[in-house]
Design a protein around this ligand. Structure first.
Ligand SMILES: Cc1cc2nc3c(=O)[nH]c(=O)nc-3n(C[C@H](O)[C@H](O)[C@H](O)COP(=O)(O)OP(=O)(O)OC[C@H]3O[C@@H](n4cnc5c(N)ncnc54)[C@H](O)[C@@H]3O)c2cc1C
Length: 513
């Protein structure tokens, strides 16, 4: 369990600012006044939000509710406080409950007026935006307002759904059917066979049996229907860094913009444990944090999003719509736009290893986020490849797992220590594969492979405890750059001809051969 303090404790003042009377007056032009009787609901989990609600008089009780209906009070708002979090920027379903404790009067600022306010009122807008973001962070910490996933931690479908929600910055909870009495109660109540797990309980009470990401997204209101007659100025395919940058600039120029992605915002960059080379972040930033900033910035400028929605076709509109484009979606919907920007990025290259698919999502992953790190905590992990992503993953995982193996296919020259010699492919599985170019991945063996060989040679891999490093020596340029930037250095040669790496993750071990 995380021991880091909650954002509610550390940044309470920024999360729940109270506006001064003169500031409230400045905001009046953006909203409409509404009155509520005592005990009336201002917002309910799962219902579409009406926007930002600024309390003018009376008191309003805010509580979070988990998918099982347990309610916990977060805060009581009085005059000058405002209700809302990021969902209010685009009128998405609300993640909290709000009830008037006394008769109350409030200024309702609709999502489009809220976006106008954020741009027109620079200083106030910055404080409000920061509060909305921090409140979402608080909900993410507790999982409140999001769906409940019932399933085992290592199950591939559980990981798929958890990963999808995490990448989309949406709160969630997971209950283990083996240990959690509430999970057991849910399984009995809904007559769920073990083979139907995971199940997902949405905040609105709907139950989904092992849903697709699209089904889940629609159930929790992440994505809705697209107006087939609306003509967008710009439609952007892909919400990675390129698509998000396009969205921010198009939105800020006042163009009507739709941003589509078949998975989540952030693209590959969202999977990065730490981005060190992005302009303006001298201490580095996690890919997810960077991409979430860009995503919220795009929404602030009124960019509409359709995530997850896959684009499967593009054609020029005919007849009266000529000069426009039609995007066809996997849902059979269509999007009309005057211009289309395709920012669909790159596809991951997969390992040419037989039987790989049966391990994917459960024990073969294509990035190392906190979710994967938790999954293999205390175990040995093999990283295949030695580029930038592997360097990041090695450093990140070294502090979480018992040992990290780096498997490198190509010959790696060691300029400073030529006697270390070239390195060859590491194979995985219980069978030795002398001379075979395609190592066998034995689907019947333990899914977390425990033995690794150098192709054609048998030597014990070298490992050393990782400690804070000093100057950097060189591996091949690519490996040296990616590891060196992360604080890992090469100390010398190991018994198995591989160099010994050391870095700045106390307690972790990085092995290289
Ligand atoms: C683990 C990792 C760490 C990295 N670290 C760094 C780093 O530290 N520094 C650095 O500079 N670079 C880093 N990179 C590389 C960087 O992330 C990529 O160069 C960058 O993300 C490319 O941006 P993009 O927007 O062009 O494409 P992508 O990020 O690939 O985004 C493309 C998006 O398009 C979507 N898409 C594709 N097809 C469709 C379709 N048909 N319909 C709808 N949506 C679609 C995808 O789902 C995806 O979200 C890293 C990459 C990884 C994987």
């Amino acid at each position: 369990m995380s021991t880091s303090p909650s954002v509610i404790d550390t940044r309470r003042d920024q999360m729940f600012p109270v506006l001064e009377p003169f500031e409230i007056e400045r905001l009046r032009r953006f909203g409409k006044v509404r009155r509520y009787d005592a005990a009336a609901a201002l917002a309910k989990v799962g219902e579409l939000g009406i926007g930002l609600i600024l309390i003018l008089s009376g008191q309003v009780e805010i509580s979070r509710r988990d998918g099982l209906g347990h309610s916990t009070q977060i805060v009581t708002y009085g005059p000058g406080s405002f209700m809302g979090e990021l969902a209010q920027l685009s009128g998405r379903p609300t993640l909290i409950d709000a009830y008037a404790r006394t008769p109350a009067e409030a200024l309702i600022i609709s999502p489009d007026q809220l976006r106008a306010l954020l741009i027109a009122e620079a200083e106030l807008g910055e404080r409000i935006m920061r509060a909305l973001i921090l409140r979402r962070v608080g909900l993410l910490e507790t999982g409140a307002g999001g769906p409940v996933i019932v399933g085992r931690a290592g199950n591939g479908d559980v990981l798929r759904l958890e990963g999808f929600l995490r990448r989309n910055g949406h709160p969630r909870q997971r209950l283990d059917p083996d240990t959690d009495p509430e999970a057991k109660a849910l399984i009995e109540r809904f007559h769920v066979d073990p083979g139907e797990l995971p199940i997902v309980l949405c905040p609105g009470g709907e139950l989904l049996r092992n849903p697709s990401e699209n089904e889940l997204a629609r159930c929790i209101g992440l994505v809705g229907p697209i107006d087939p007659n609306r003509v967008y100025d710009v439609a952007i395919v892909g919400a990675g860094p390129a698509g998000l940058a396009t969205a921010v600039y198009a939105g800020s120029e006042g163009l009507t913009t739709l941003l589509l992605d078949c998975r989540a915002f952030g693209g590959q960059a969202g999977a990065s444990a730490r981005i060190e080379n992005y302009l303006g972040f001298p201490t580095g930033i996690t890919g997810m944090a960077l991409m979430a900033r860009a995503y919220n910035q795009a929404r602030k400028f009124g960019v509409e999003t359709a995530i997850p929605d896959e684009v499967i076709g593009l054609e020029a509109a005919s007849g009266s719509g000529s000069g426009r484009f039609v995007l066809k979606l996997a849902t059979n919907e269509r999007v009309i736009a005057r211009s289309v920007v395709i920012a669909s990025g790159a596809r991951y290259r997969q390992l040419a290893v037989d039987g790989l698919e049966s391990f994917e999502a459960a024990s073969v992953h294509y990035w190392a986020s906190p979710l994967e790190a938790k999954l293999c905590a205390g175990q040995e992990v093999a990283l295949v490849g030695a580029g930038n992503s592997a360097g990041q993953a090695a450093v990140y995982l070294a502090s979480q797992v018992s040992k990290v193996w780096l498997l490198v296919r190509e010959h790696v020259a060691l300029p400073r220590r030529p006697h270390c010699g070239p390195l060859e492919c590491g194979g995985v599985g219980e069978d030795h594969h002398h001379g075979r170019r395609r190592p066998r991945w034995d689907a019947g063996s333990n899914p977390v492979a425990t033995r690794y060989w150098r192709g054609g040679a048998s030597s014990n891999p070298t490992s050393v405890p990782v400690h804070r490093g000093g100057s950097q020596h060189g591996l091949a340029l690519r490996l040296r750059r990616s590891l060196g930037r992360q604080g890992i250095r090469i100390d010398g040669c190991g018994r198995g001809r591989g160099p010994i790496l050391s870095g700045d993750k106390p307690g972790g071990r990085v092995c290289y051969r």
